[in-house]
Ligand binder design. Sequence first.
Ligand SMILES: NC(=O)C1=CN([C@@H]2O[C@H](COP(=O)(O)OP(=O)(O)OC[C@H]3O[C@@H](n4cnc5c(N)ncnc54)[C@H](O)[C@@H]3O)[C@@H](O)[C@H]2O)C=CC1
Ligand SMILES: O=C(O)CCC(=O)C(=O)O
Length: 438
Amino acid sequence: MAGELKIESVPISRRDSFNARDKHTRDLKPFNSGDIKVLLLENVSPKAVDILKRAGYQVDFYTKALDKETLIEKIKDVHAVGIRSKTKLTEEVLSHASKLLTIGCFCIGTNQVDLAYAASRGICVFNSPFSNSRSVAELVIAEIILLARQLGDRSREMHDGVWNKVSKNCYEIRGKTLGIVGYGHIGTQLSVLAESLGMHVIWYDILPVMPIGMSKAAETLDEVLAEADFVSCHVPETPETKNMIGARELAVMKKGSYLINASRGTVVDIEALAAALKSGHLAGAAVDVYPSEPLANGPGFESALRNCPNTLLTPHIGGSTEEAQRMIGIEVATAITKFVDSGTSINAVNFAECDLRAIPSTDRTTARIVNVHQNVPGVLRQINNILANYNVNKQISDSKGDVAYFMADVTVQNQEDITTIYEKIKEIQENIITRVLF
Ligand SMILES: NC(=O)C1=CN([C@@H]2O[C@H](COP(=O)(O)OP(=O)(O)OC[C@H]3O[C@@H](n4cnc5c(N)ncnc54)[C@H](O)[C@@H]3O)[C@@H](O)[C@H]2O)C=CC1
Ligand SMILES: O=C(O)CCC(=O)C(=O)O
């Protein structure tokens, strides 16, 4: 699909009436949309499956992540892949994805995808930047209270048949200080909820962000660590955040304080955290994410944190609520269909964001040329030389780093015009992907 144009034996006028759903605008489609194959992994919402099937795509759905070999085999044949946080789309994996046009991350984090390599191959990546933020913030609030009251340990004892009524080292959270590391979508939601429960909030971020409510920005990470009773991490996985909470940082935290990590497993040094819990320096921890996570549900989870005192371990469920998964499913599946069918890259993570206004339903002669190319001088001149023989109704071009994205709506008389334009643009040396939508 990405490299070749297959023209159906359907006349242009019939395709038009097949695809028109809105009487004012024409629905565009890739020429061979019935052949569009989507691989959906990690149990994404049924809402996403519905949307993709309604777009006419073939959907291959899995509840779990695939091992690398199976993933490589499956990805060779698909035009879109949908994942959550576990599937690693590395350069090695993506180098086999010769037909892939787009990746949908049905989550916030995109660290599991080699974004730059994907862009260099013309693969546009989408995510859902805030649909599960509230779910994570609510989980963290619950964990703060559970940790303060040692509820994990009490519940486990009761299940083991042990009655252990204690109040020593159990606290209210009212008046305590929450330290938030990473004051973005989740950090700010958490800040609002924590203040509503009577907590003081101090936070650290590398960006200048507006403090919400009465919260206080700290100059340094250490200031947050030294002042807070509870520290909660909400940073993305980047080279800078790898092990940003290690033995030194844990030692800076107050004796008897608590650590919560529902960001990425690489942010906290797990061995150092286990040592701080066992020594009693920390009074407890809640961890939702791990440096290495199993591909599927089931027994066999190993971690140095298992059986540490007052330690809540959850299987990466921060964003796992019905509400969040439904919203993410709709948002990401819609972004995939818009990109595949009409070229729209709005809200892309690794691509310049481009859109063209819809084509009126009365217009039966406009084809949309979509092109990804290397961002070097002279390519637009070459494309426009090719289009010079046609009426270009509108066009847009933008770039991000080394990759540029171009779309043009061109008046064509017949399928031969489309084939000519497509073949000539594809011959441009800097071409990465060219598609025609009609
Ligand atoms: N446990 C789960 O199920 C979930 C985990 N997450 C994780 O949470 C992370 C944060 O999510 P959002 O708040 O939506 O992201 P966001 O992008 O809105 O906020 C992240 C904040 O961290 C800041 N930051 C980046 N590097 C930093 C550093 N070195 N030190 C201090 N601050 C730094 C950024 O400036 C930004 O303000 C995601 O990247 C994802 O990895 C997100 C959703 C669900
Ligand atoms: O729900 C998931 O699988 C991943 C949630 C997450 O970590 C994210 O949104 O970044």
